[in-house]
Design a protein around this ligand. Structure first.
Ligand SMILES: C[S@@+](CC[C@H](N)C(=O)[O-])C[C@H]1O[C@@H](n2cnc3c(N)ncnc32)[C@H](O)[C@@H]1O
Length: 385
């Protein structure tokens, strides 16, 4: 596959002003945010100051290795008893490679959304070793990058000491308590990290400035993103099915559910844009750039097999570590031989609207109805108190 081919295989779906409209029909039934609250972000004025060193957040702590108790299991290191991926050196190296792959996929860019000039605030949720956050800090020296995770990696990039990048321990499923809104909230490779993505998106919406963007990027092998000839009769498909059902059991889904444009629109995001990019996996492409990308993707997947499955499958009680490793070995043998293997990366972006976006799109009657409903609600609340 050549570089041009790669681009031509991108498939864009937009839900507002893009060329192709494709909103998936399913919705989680959540109501969109009220448009009239847009430009005020009341949650910031109601948060009281804390004695936390970093005034950015009151719920977070700076990264310190000794505040974390790692869990060792079957020869791998994990940050807690719950999250399925390890945080040891092998995993850190794999994430470093994955970061380079994403850079190639995005043509050297770190994001697909526009970054405003000046004192832009960026939040990187589940930053891992922090490659993305650090590079954002380097490329945008005037921006303030807040990188959060529930885990601390060994050779933390915080040692680079960039003045505009701060690392904090924070669980994104807990209540977010940042003092100031962000211009971009970035979530990459977090499939399986959250029970309820809708709730994470709702918090992201509230912590973005009007006009600010959310960007979600994922390509979880457990989410049917890999394809190769005869995949149906492969050890790989056995592993994927086992990971999917184990993930379902734990309540932390590993599928494409969080990458549905409808999930972002249901919490109030507009300009929702979903782009699928198919990349080669393996050394089969003729084009040198694609071959390099394919090699890196293959290494990352071979290295990832155990990380993605070991804890998840052994936790079910149906698999021993030896059985999981034996299956991973069989899958590895299969993948190195597969010709024409590809992986699909999805990039989902959405914008928190300005109030005038809504005004433009609504009739005067609808606006009046909305205002009257809000007044009635306020009056009934006043009567109750
Ligand atoms: C596969 S890594 C991806 C790291 C990074 N985003 C990247 O692209 O290189 C997933 C990261 O999410 C973090 N994570 C998992 N659950 C989380 C949560 N509830 N809140 C914040 N981070 C979480 C993990 O500790 C891990 O570092």
């Amino acid at each position: 596959m050549s570089g041009d081919n790669l681009r031509s295989r991108e498939h864009e779906v937009r839900d507002d002003d893009g060329p192709v409209i494709e909103i998936e029909p399913e919705s989680n039934g959540e109501e969109a945010e009220s448009p009239l609250e847009e430009e005020t972000s009341p949650e910031y004025s109601s948060i009281s100051e804390s004695d936390d060193e970093d005034s950015t957040s009151i719920s977070t702590r700076s990264f310190q290795k000794d505040t974390i108790e790692d869990v060792f299991e079957n020869g791998r290191r994990y940050c807690n008893e719950t999250y399925f991926m390890p945080n040891d050196e092998a995993e850190q190296t794999r994430l470093n490679i994955a970061h380079q792959i994403y850079l190639i996929v995005l043509d050297g860019e770190l994001t697909r959304v526009p970054i405003p000039r000046g004192r832009t605030r960026v939040l990187d949720i589940g930053t891992g070793p922090g490659d993305w956050a650090v590079e954002m800090g380097e490329r945008y020296p005037d921006a303030e990058i807040v990188a959060t995770d529930i885990s601390v990696f060994d050779i933390g990039p915080n040692s680079l000491g960039l003045p505009n990048v701060s690392f904090q321990l924070d669980d994104a499923e807990a209540e977010w308590t940042y003092h100031e809104p962000f211009d971009l909230i970035h979530l990459r490779s977090l499939s399986g990290a959250f029970r309820d993505w809708g709730s994470v998106y709702r918090q992201a919406f509230h912590h973005l400035r009007p006009g600010g963007y959310i960007e979600v990027i994922d390509a979880d092998t457990a989410a049917d993103v890999i394809n190769f000839p005869n995949i149906q009769n492969s050890y790989f498909s056995i592993l994927v099915a086992a990971m999917q059902s184990a993930a379902e059991e734990t309540g932390f889904p590993r599928n494409q559910g969080h990458l549905r444009p409808a999930l972002l629109t249901s919490v109030g995001f507009t300009a929702v844009n979903s782009t699928d990019i198919t990349i080669p996996v393996g050394v089969w492409p003729d084009d040198p750039r694609q071959k390099t990308l394919g090699k890196m993707a293959l290494i990352s997947i071979l290295e990832g097999l155990e990380s993605w499955s070991l804890r998840q499958l052994t936790d079910t009680g149906n698999w021993t570590a030896e059985e999981v490793r034996a299956l991973c070995d069989k899958v590895k043998g299969e993948l190195v031989k597969a010709t024409g293997m590809t992986a699909r990366v999805r990039i989902l972006t959405g914008r928190r609207p300005y109030a005038h976006d809504f005004r433009r799109g609504r009739s005067d009657d609808e606006m009046l109805e909305e205002v009257l409903a809000r007044l009635q609600l306020r009056e009934s609340k006043r009567d109750e108190s």
